[in-house]
Write a protein that binds this ligand. Structure first.
Ligand SMILES: NC(=O)c1ccc[n+]([C@@H]2O[C@H](COP(=O)([O-])OP(=O)(O)OC[C@H]3O[C@@H](n4cnc5c(N)ncnc54)[C@H](OP(=O)(O)O)[C@@H]3O)[C@@H](O)[C@H]2O)c1
Length: 194
């Protein structure tokens, strides 16, 4: 009897820590108010752990590459050390027209975000893929490439800055899960409706 082979297409996921009014950074570019506490970081780590590939806009990459060399093993936060190790274990694709070389391992640079390439990556990856920051993620959302969303909504309004979601997009979502954290952050997990 012929053996059936299961074929799983990886999901593209946008995870963001945002203010209640929908910004990832305020008008001064600050996002210290978005820093997760231990309970939120533990949740973020569990979401990031199974991810195989991070797609990054150049600006988000330049923020996150800190984790390539971060070492908290002698410090109090095992969760931050866990995050660093999860980050280093994943493959990264950085989208940029200006950066020539990556400053982390397991990282390649791409000059353009092509939907075909993302579909191929989803088919070949075997593990889920994330996309960030909001500029690159917005393009992926508009192209219909994002399958799931995780919003960590911080209990603050910052009044302006860098929006977590693109304008001019209308999309129906299905709420899959929600969680309230003791610091007032709320996690909302959605998937895109067909
Ligand atoms: N709330 C939080 O927890 C948190 C955490 C980290 C960071 N942040 C904020 O998020 C910001 C990053 O988000 P962002 O929206 O500004 O930028 P982004 O999406 O990370 O990066 C934008 C850059 O990516 C490249 N890019 C975008 N689309 C491309 C395409 N189709 N093809 C090739 N390259 C492409 C371009 O780089 P080139 O200019 O090199 O071409 C573009 O300038 C950070 O600066 C920080 O303020 C917030």
């Amino acid at each position: 009897m012929a053996q059936r082979r299961s074929f799983t297409v990886a999901k593209l996921i946008y995870t963001t820590i945002t203010s209640l009014d929908g910004y990832v950074a305020d008008e001064e570019g600050n996002f210290d108010w978005a820093a997760p506490d231990e309970e939120v970081l533990a949740s973020v780590n569990e979401l990031e752990r199974p991810v195989g590939t991070y797609l990054y806009g150049r600006r988000m990459y330049q923020t996150m590459v800190f984790w390539e060399t971060a070492n908290f093993s002698a410090g109090p936060s095992q969760l931050m050390q866990d995050f660093a190790e999860i980050w280093r274990a994943a493959d990264k694709i950085v989208f940029s027209t200006t950066v020539e070389t990556a400053s982390s391992a397991r990282t390649k640079i791409e000059r353009a975000l092509g939907p075909e390439a993302v579909w191929q990556l989803k088919a070949a990856s075997g593990r889920d893929i994330t996309v960030g920051g909001p500029n690159l993620a917005g393009q992926a959302i508009k192209a219909g490439l994002v399958d799931e969303y995780h919003f960590f909504v911080t209990p603050i309004m910052v009044g302006g800055g860098k929006r977590s979601l693109p304008e001019d997009v209308r999309l129906r979502l299905e709420l899959l899960a929600e969680r309230r954290f003791s610091n007032g952050t709320v996690h909302l997990h959605y998937r895109t409706r067909e």
